[in-house]
Design a protein around this ligand. Structure first.
Ligand code: XMP
Length: 319
């Protein structure tokens, strides 16, 4: 794509001009945006960049390992991998309010990040994979001016005490454009084509209290769902698909035993920028196949429902 090739060249020049001989730290989330930002910045300034991956333990199945392998081994980018699962789950204990969960995760993320930044001797710049819709939606929402729908933890949350300037090379881009840029930069398809994943991770897909056990249950259900979506050849036609683990238990029957387990909701939407979305119209056979597999394979879930809500009035994530 020639326009993206041009954008890439322009941004590399911009990054070099902005950063000079300075040092840059970039937080990786495992998502497309921060990955593309990091690779672009690495191309511009090489070893002046250090990536920090704060692994909050709220990632999808196998995702943390993929991030480390890709950045360290494939790209040779300096990467600090911080396993902070205990710290995040510890702080989430007892929290049930969605905004409190988001704020805790956002704040903790910054705290861990700052500690790691200090350990490597600090930096002059902080790089972020902020996109155009993030810029807009964190300021207002089409439903009314200056109403915060959700506190996004990847924008604007950085305390001034960090004393670093921001490098945000993707600020003008929409998601589809970031993907084109990622391909242009040679990022593997499994990364570039990946559905968006929110900064607070699985915590906002587990309404109510988040525990390690519930994260593990959700990870398994989510992996089954995504595997079926890939097998059906539908992954790329969908903007985002994921499972949600509800804080509701219902009665069921397996064999001739009574069960009393959690409900899992499946979400899948189409969208171009995440600001509006329509539900994905799976056929009934697909949904019943996924439902049967999840109930048979994931201990702790005995009922599966499909979320039929567009955005608006729903949001894509449940919290
Ligand atoms: P909602 O749920 O607001 O989500 O309709 C719109 C898009 O944004 C993603 N999302 C987030 N991304 N940090 C992120 O980086 C966040 O805190 C966050 N919250 C929601 C969501 O997955 C969807 O793609």
């Amino acid at each position: 794509d020639w326009t993206m090739a041009e954008f890439r060249a322009t941004k590399i020049a911009d990054i070099r001009a902005q950063v000079g001989q300075g040092r840059v730290i970039c937080g990786l989330s495992g998502g497309v945006d921060s990955a593309v930002a990091a690779v672009l910045i690495h191309e511009a300034i090489g070893d002046q960049l250090t990536c920090v991956f704060v692994d909050h333990g709220l990632m999808r199945l196998g995702e943390a390992e993929q991030v480390v392998t890709l950045f360290r081994e494939h790209y040779g980018i300096k990467l600090v991998h911080v396993n902070a699962e205990d710290r995040f789950l510890g702080g989430l204990a007892g929290l049930t309010d969605p905004e409190k969960k988001r704020k805790f995760i956002g704040g903790e993320f910054i705290a861990v990040f700052e500690e790691e930044a200090a350990k490597i001797g600090g930096a002059d710049f902080l790089a972020q994979g902020t996109l155009y819709p993030d810029v807009i939606e964190s300021v207002s929402f089409t439903g009314g001016p200056s109403v915060t729908i959700k506190s996004h933890h990847n924008v604007g949350g950085l305390p001034e005490r960090m004393n670093m300037k921001l490098v945000e090379p993707l600020r003008e881009l929409f998601k589809d454009e970031v993907r084109v840029l990622g391909r242009e930069l040679g990022l593997p398809e499994i990364f570039v084509g990946r559905h968006p994943f929110p900064g607070p991770g699985l915590a906002i897909r587990i309404p109510g209290e988040v525990t390690k056990e519930r994260c593990d249950i959700l990870r398994k259900a989510d992996a089954v769902y995504l595997e079926e979506i890939r097998n059906a050849g539908l992954y790329d036609a969908i903007w985002q698909a994921f499972a949600v683990l509800l804080p509701v238990r219902t009665v069921g029957v397996m064999g001739d035993m009574r069960t009393y387990d959690s409900v899992c909701a499946l979400r899948a939407v189409t969208s171009t920028d995440g600001m509006t979305a329509d539900i994905y119209p799976f056929d009934a056979a697909f949904l019943s196949r996924v439902s049967t597999r999840i109930i048979n394979e994931v201990k702790g879930i005995n009922r599966v429902v499909y979320d039929y809500t567009s955005k608006p009035p729903g949001t894509i994530e449940w919290e």
